[in-house]
Ligand binder design. Structure first.
Ligand code: ADP
Ligand code: TZD
Ligand code: MG
Length: 571
């Protein structure tokens, strides 16, 4: 009797399933078409996209939400490269993801003899991935996938590249040897326990603080230590600021939230405790006019080299956040940490002022809508639906959205993140909807939407409960920029103001809505959510309402010369 045999395709699927990975996001083609088919035949979920970048974003956000690496499957060379932005974005943001790509004949690729879709993919991936591996023998598939899982999940999570050559996929192997080669990864993200000294050092610094402040980042959201985190904040009484994707870890209307007094709190705090947040550009690197000059830091991070990366960290706690929170709660004597009363009162009064000012802006009802009024209409509908995921990208659409849309549950807000990247919209929406089964509202700048707009066909094909609100202000930042030459071609930031994005989704059987005022916007969103079906709302926004670069104008270099000086015909 001939020995039972299997092949690389089957081994890959077996290895993924053995490790509890049940979903693949990808685009089919040579050499992975049969891998996608087989995965589906074997009970995995397969979501086919229109572009690998969106498939990669879906995998990355699913990884963030589930703490299992999201799997993105791509074809060789161009498909691989299309996925690479998403893989790099996952690495930058600390989301666990594995991009599995088929690759062409190694012998031909390495001699650069011009194979179909020829590229040295593993080496191309290395600078953008947390780790990159290639499997060259079918019997190494199990180990290769185990290494990829561990690399994606352990320590600071990230994007991992796994190269599977066409030869390996097609190779046959004895079934028994195959099943013995599989590896079930044990404890892929081991906790990192903080040293007692680091806990004591941090407590001492916090106890001596007069104006302490906690900053929660998306690492804290990822850690899923929600109740200990809340207990820590509430027992210490320290005010906190959530970074954008940490919104909802505690509900945004929590009395200790200092979000509405953000600038004041940052500029005055004498000790800042960073919990899963980096001192990168989003926090002005911890220095400059936004910060108190003499601020000292406590930082909890699983990545040791994050400490002192921008500012000296007086009390580093290298640990996973769950373990750190438990140690801190155990060690902190009640009453030892006591923020100054005056500090809390100052924050409270600043909050009241700012909330009043915001209220005035939100209650205006201009025609056409501006960012405040349109987001208020959306906020009012979402207020009763804390279960809904909010995806948000754009410049003004992002910056206003972050401030106006309150979140009440952890990990419900998904946005452009550390890279400020446009194009995550439909991928994140699909990843969140498929990983959670919950509805998603994607609030998208008209430019931002364009990067992944074709995925509305994917949304309709799978019938996902996703509502896309396109904030159509006719451009990148604004819709009123002129061609500085006086010519008739559109300016670099101009898009079509009168575009009817709602018609796009109708082509695929989804529901299109056109909203030119807050009442029709609120009604469209309510109806679309009630239907549970794919929908797109074209929201008409005043083209003059936005500002260039949104809230990060300080990062936008400007020419100091006038147009004529630049041309060299003056002075
Ligand atoms: P934000 O953009 O919200 O400020 P960042 O992405 O800059 O957040 O920072 C998240 C940080 O959290 C990263 O430095 C990462 O190493 C860290 N991190 C991620 N997961 C954990 C965890 N489970 N425990 C501790 N730190 C974590
Ligand atoms: N390309 C990529 C991948 N990421 C980017 N961040 C950009 C380009 C540059 N960019 C921004 O930083 S925001 C933005 C672009 C193109 C779009 C802003 O326009 P919008 O939002 O219509 O999405 P608003 O509401 O009009 O500001
Ligand atoms: Mg716009």
């Amino acid at each position: 009797m001939a020995p039972a045999i299997t092949d690389g395709f089957h081994l890959v699927v077996d290895a993924l399933k053995l490790n509890g990975l049940d979903t693949i996001y990808g685009v089919a083609g040579i050499p992975i078409t049969d891998l996608a088919r087989l995965a589906q035949a074997e009970g995995m979920r397969y979501f086919g996209f229109r572009h690998e970048q969106s498939a990669g974003y879906a995998a990355a956000i699913a990884g963030y939400l589930t703490r299992k690496p999201g799997i993105c499957l791509t074809v060789s060379a161009p498909g691989f490269l299309n996925g690479m932005v998403a893989l790099a974005n996952a690495t930058t943001n600390g989301f666990p993801m594995i991009q599995i790509s088929g690759s062409s004949d190694r012998a031909i690729v390495d001699l650069q003899q011009g194979d179909y879709e020829e590229l040295d993919q593993m080496n191309a991936a290395k600078p953008y991935a947390k780790a990159a591996f290639r499997v060259n023998r079918a019997e190494d598939i199990g180990i290769g996938i185990a290494r990829a899982i561990r690399a994606a999940l352990s320590g600071r999570p990230g994007g991992v590249y796994l190269d599977l050559t066409a030869d390996v996929l097609a190779a046959t192997i004895d079934s028994r040897a195959a099943s013995e080669s599989l590896v079930q990864v044990v404890d892929p993200a081991p906790p990192r326990i903080p040293s007692p000294e680091s806990i004591e050092r941090a407590l001492k610094l916090l106890a001596a603080a007069e104006r302490p402040l906690i900053i929660l980042g998306k690492g804290a959201a990822y850690a899923q230590a929600d109740s200990d985190l809340r207990a820590w904040i509430e027992t210490t009484g320290i005010p906190y600021l959530p970074m954008s994707m940490a919104k909802g870890l505690l509900p945004d209307d929590h009395p200790q939230s200092a979000a509405a007094a953000r600038s004041f709190a940052l500029s005055q705090a004498d000790v800042v405790m960073l919990i899963g947040a980096r001192l990168n550009w989003l926090l002005a690197h911890g220095k400059g006019s936004q910060w108190n000059e003499r601020v000292r830091f406590v930082q909890i991070d699983i990545e040791p080299t994050e400490m002192d990366s921008n500012r000296p960290i007086a009390a580093p706690i290298v640990a996973d956040i769950g373990s750190a929170m438990r140690c801190l709660l155990d060690a902190a004597r009640p009453g030892r940490i006591k923020p100054n009363r005056e500090w809390l009162e100052q924050i409270a009064s600043r909050k009241r002022q700012n909330i009043e000012r915001m209220q005035a802006r939100l209650s205006a009802n201009p025609d056409p809508m501006n960012f405040y009024s349109a987001l208020r209409a959306i906020r009012d509908v979402l207020a009763g639906r804390p279960d809904i995921y909010v995806v948000n990208e754009g410049a003004n659409t992002l910056d206003f959205g972050r401030n106006i849309i309150d979140m009440y549950e952890p990990r419900k807000r998904l946005d452009s993140g550390t890279w400020g990247v446009m194009g995550i919209g439909m991928g994140y929406a699909i990843g969140a909807a498929t990983a959670s089964g919950k509805p998603v509202v994607a609030i998208e700048g008209d430019s931002a939407f364009g990067f992944s707009g074709m995925e509305i066909e994917t949304i309709c094909r799978y019938g996902l409960p996703i509502v896309v609100a396109v904030f159509n202000n006719g451009g990148i930042y604004r819709g009123d920029d002129a061609n500085r030459s006086g010519g008739s071609e559109p300016s670099p930031t101009t898009l079509m103001k009168n575009a009817r994005y709602d018609k796009l989704i109708e082509a695929f059987g989804g529901a299109g809505y056109h909203a030119s005022d807050t009442e029709s916007l609120g009604k469209a969103l309510t109806d679309a959510l009630a239907s549970g079906r794919p929908a797109l709302i074209n929201c008409v926004i005043d083209p003059t309402a936005g500002t260039e670069s949104g809230h990060i104008q300080n990062l936008n270099p400007k020419s100091s010369l006038s147009d004529s000086k630049q041309r060299g015909d003056a002075g």
